[in-house]
Ligand binder design. Structure first.
Ligand SMILES: [Zn+2]
Length: 384
């Protein structure tokens, strides 16, 4: 099982001076032009509204606050979307929404688009994200044929609204960015106020920034690369949601980029731990298995690190080592279906179909609903 699920706990209460509540929506002004709107007080994600003289553009529509953990049976909340439009009408004196921009297929990025399509709003999305949503049930009850001309697929870096005082650069992150949560990902850069709207690519917390050192999330590697490879002048990073982890209070969802850079310069990426395991010599893996097992148990190494090391071996074409590491993983953490799936996939990529099929049927016997097995392994090969 390839992806690890990151579950973010939700804090129920907040206290922030400049927030005003109307209906369930909570508006928080960031700058003269930009505001954040949360869907309710327990929501950690928000829509970002950019106001122009005659219209609005919106980044992210998180009517349902779910990330990669909800990857099947996707759906929208069009009732909430309609309420949201009414709230916008009231707050912005009837200014129409012109563009919706969203970063990736998670529901906290897009979960209510039909009411906007009906009002002739244009959606900017990446093709594989839109396709993933549609293939996995999003809008399954809606005839989308009349809306397809309302969609702009972003395939490379693109600037929109360049004839206004506040253009938006859409940055297209392709498959060469390895750590982002979805196959394609869009970032939104506002050159006028040197801000980058990074949503959940900005995977950093208050605590991590205060702690300094240790390990940082690999998504930051992609984010920094996107900025530096384009020589963008970035002061501020806007993320999808932010709160004080100790107090459980809401905070405005942005960080300065400088302390994030400082953290990255003084800490190690999570990937370096995975690489360390993937680089263990095959002979050692085979001959010193028992002492490695003792070391893993003593040091309480997360089994997910070994799991990701298997996929790193697959990525670089070391299929034999991937199998050996997958064996070790299932010895260290026996009985977990996700890890049996990993072992099956290692055999699959190595071309041993007989063994791969055996593990596929074993998984299906244990849990017929498990998302994995031959079909997913074949898809992963195609996506690589
Ligand atoms: Zn996400």
């Amino acid at each position: 099982m390839k992806f690890n699920i990151i579950i973010i706990s939700i804090f129920a209460f907040f206290a922030f001076d400049s927030i005003s509540a109307q209906n369930n929506f909570l508006l928080n002004r960031f700058s003269e032009r930009i505001s954040f709107i949360r869907m309710d007080s327990i929501h950690t994600s928000q829509a970002t509204i950019i106001e122009y003289p005659d219209f609005l553009s919106i980044i992210e529509l998180p009517f349902i606050d779910e990330g990669g953990n909800m990857s099947k049976n996707l759906h929208e909340d069009s009732v909430k979307a309609e309420e949201f439009i009414r709230f916008l009408d009231k707050t912005y004196n009837g200014k129409p929404v012109k563009y919706i921009l969203h970063s990736h297929w998670h529901l906290h990025s897009l979960s209510g688009i039909t009411p906007f399509f009906k009002r002739n709003v244009t959606l900017f999305t990446a093709r594989s994200n839109w396709q993933y949503s549609i293939n996995n049930g999003f809008l399954s009850n809606t005839d989308i044929s009349s809306f397809t001309n309302r969609i702009e697929f972003v395939e490379k870096d693109t600037t929109i609204l360049s004839n206004t005082e506040f253009p938006i650069h859409i940055l297209h992150l392709d498959i060469s960015y390895r750590f982002k949560p979805t196959k394609e990902y869009l970032l939104f850069y506002f050159p006028q106020n040197k801000s980058l709207h990074a949503s959940c690519l900005c995977a950093v917390s208050e605590n991590e920034l205060q702690r300094k050192g240790g390990i940082y999330h690999d998504r930051l590697t992609d984010m920094r690369r996107a900025i530096e490879s384009r020589s963008l002048d970035v002061d501020t990073i806007i993320k999808l949601g932010r709160y004080d982890q100790q107090k459980g209070t809401y905070l405005p969802p942005y960080f300065l980029f400088a302390p994030i850079r400082e953290l990255m310069d003084n800490a190690k990426p999570y990937f370096s731990l995975i690489k360390q395991i993937a680089d263990i010599d095959t002979l050692i893996l085979l001959e010193k298995k028992d002492s490695l097992l003792t070391a893993a148990i003593t040091k309480k190494i997360a089994p997910s690190l070994f799991n990701q090391a298997v996929y790193e071996c697959i990525r670089v074409g070391e299929y034999n080592k991937a199998i050996i590491l997958a064996h070790f993983l299932n010895l260290y953490y026996p009985g977990d279906l996700a890890y049996i799936d990993t072992m099956g996939e290692a055999y699959y990529v190595a071309g041993d179909m007989k063994t791969a099929t055996y593990y596929d049927s074993l998984i299906k016997r244990k849990d017929p609903k498990f998302t994995g097995g031959l079909q997913v392994w074949a898809q992963n090969r195609k996506d690589k």
